[in-house]
Design a protein around this ligand. Structure first.
Ligand SMILES: *Cc1c(COP(=O)(O)O)cnc(C)c1O
Length: 490
């Protein structure tokens, strides 16, 4: 564990790294309870429902005063998105079956900037993914980009409130209005889902005039990550439906073996109740005012970082100041000591990532999605625990890194980039060797070698303990010596 990065300095992640001590205590207490035991833990179940109710109202679901919202707690937005995909597929299938139409070719439409879970959902649930390419000057899905991909077999269109790559809100209203017009013209009922994993807890508090949620009648479902700007530790997301009938009853399962009739709409069964309690605590404790204060603070720290980076005159900003983050690349006109022969766009962010990781900062460098692959950017997510002091410290290290690159002979950079590549290649080769050795050993065992011979071979191998820990032993020290880290865009 000592070799892990420090969560607070992990600026790659949206996931919460700081909660109040009182919330932590309650969550620990609740972790002895299984959230799926609805009947045994009626209070926790009620908390879950109250969270759904609050979120449904926050997102303007058309509910009567005392009506419950329709939705569920999930492990994260990923589970919520899998469930939303199933709900869209079932609704589409039912509509088509009633009309006697073919149901063998469902598809779903989104931008190439989509989060990886949508690709999983498509593969796992056998739905064709139709992706609209983005471009370097517009990194998100637009109505024009989505329209040609929609047809009678489209189970839904997904718009993102907070693109993973640059935190930009997609034009949900524009996409919605295009879809409503298209449905009317063609006699379809293609719904819109909003993936508000990051923005669902930001927009209602910072951009409350923005119309993106159930105020738009064809938005039928929304997911949001409680563990991102919902300010709860990892392990909670929410799926909320516009109305009860948007969730097909066939997808809700009833069991009685935990006592009483319990209904659930989840992919997994058991999980700790701590994160639900944490979410409920935050919603009550912070309320609208508290969330607005936290989000305003995050946004103003992001603004500060962005302005200071712009002051260097060397970077180009790629976020739109929507979700609190700063996404940037090296300005096209700046060579920053990089020789013309090296691909500047890809090298500079990698170099920065590497230099910053030597100081403990985790700042991911990544290339943009199809349509803008040549653009590589760095992204700093500004969470609640990223203080102004930390922003200053990060800026100081960033400026030093930029300076270093500029004032060292260009070959350093080329060598450096080569070094990273070399290290990766070496790791790949080592892994291939390990795999080969393992396979050979297994083949030898299968061939029924005499026991003594096998034992002698075993002795020649490194001790067993090292075999068990081979993954961590091999990767971590390599990371430490090169400063290299692998990051997912999460
Ligand atoms: C983070 C994210 C997800 C996945 O959410 P988890 O809560 O990590 O499972 C999906 N979509 C978008 C846009 C995200 O930002």
């Amino acid at each position: 564990m000592a070799l892990d990065g420090r969560p607070r300095l992990n600026l790659a992640s949206f996931v919460t790294t700081k909660m109040e001590r009182a919330a932590e205590n309650l969550m620990t207490e609740a972790s002895t309870k299984n959230a799926i035991d609805l009947d045994e833990y009626p209070q926790t179940t009620a908390m879950q429902q109250r969270c759904v109710n609050m979120l449904a109202r926050l997102f303007h679901a058309p509910l009567d005063a005392c009506e419950d919202g329709t939705g569920t707690a999930c492990v994260g937005s990923s589970e919520a998105i899998m469930l939303a995909t199933l709900a869209m597929k079932w609704a589409w299938k039912e509509r088509r079956t009633k009309k006697g139409l073919d149901v063998s070719k469902p598809n779903i439409v989104f931008g190439s900037n989509i989060q990886v879970v949508w690709h999983k959902a498509c593969k796992y649930f056998e739905v064709e993914s139709r992706e609209a390419n983005v471009s370097p000057d517009c990194l998100v899905l637009t109505a024009e980009r989505a329209k040609p991909l929609v047809d009678e077999n489209t189970i839904g269109v997904c718009a993102m409130l907070g693109s993973t790559y640059n935190g930009e809100y997609e034009d949900v209203k524009g996409i919605h209005d295009m879809l409503v017009a298209l449905n009317k013209e063609k006699g379809w009922e293609v719904p819109l889902h909003v993936d508000a994993a990051s923005g669902g807890f930001v927009a209602p508090f910072l951009h409350d005039k923005l119309v993106w949620d159930f105020q738009l009648p064809n938005v039928k479902s929304i997911n949001v990550s409680g563990h991102k700007f919902g300010l709860v530790y990892a392990g909670i997301g929410w799926l909320v439906f516009r109305e009860k009938h948007n969730l097909h009853p066939d997808l809700v399962f009833h069991v009685n073996y935990l006592g009483g009739d319990q209904s659930s709409f989840t992919l997994n069964f058991s999980k700790g109740a701590g994160t639900i309690v944490g979410q409920y605590y935050n919603l009550l404790r912070l309320g609208r005012t508290g969330y607005t204060q936290v989000m305003t603070n995050c946004a103003s720290n992001a603004y500060y970082l962005r302005e200071k980076l712009l002051e260097t005159g060397k970077v180009e900003i790629h976020d739109k100041a929507h979700v609190p983050l700063v996404a940037f690349s090296l300005k096209a006109s700046i060579r920053c000591g990089i020789p013309p022969s090296t691909p500047r766009n890809r090298c500079w962010p990698l170099f920065m990532q590497d230099k910053l990781s030597n100081k403990g900062w985790i700042v991911p460098a990544y290339t943009c999605p199809p349509g803008a692959e040549d653009l590589a950017i760095l992204r700093v997510v500004v969470r609640d625990d990223f203080s102004r002091d930390l922003a200053d410290a990060l800026l100081s290290d960033m400026l030093k890194a930029m300076d270093w690159l500029e004032h060292h002979p260009a070959t350093h950079h080329a060598k450096h980039a080569g070094h990273i590549k070399e290290q990766r290649q070496k790791r790949r080769e080592r892994k291939a060797e390990d795999d080969k050795a393992r396979l050979e050993k297994r083949a030898a065992a299968d061939a029924g070698k005499p026991e003594a011979e096998a034992a002698a071979e075993e002795e020649a191998q490194p001790p067993l303990i090292e075999q068990h820990h081979i993954h961590s032993l091999k990767t971590d020290p390599a990371h430490r010596s090169t400063g290299e880290k692998t990051h997912g865009v999460c």
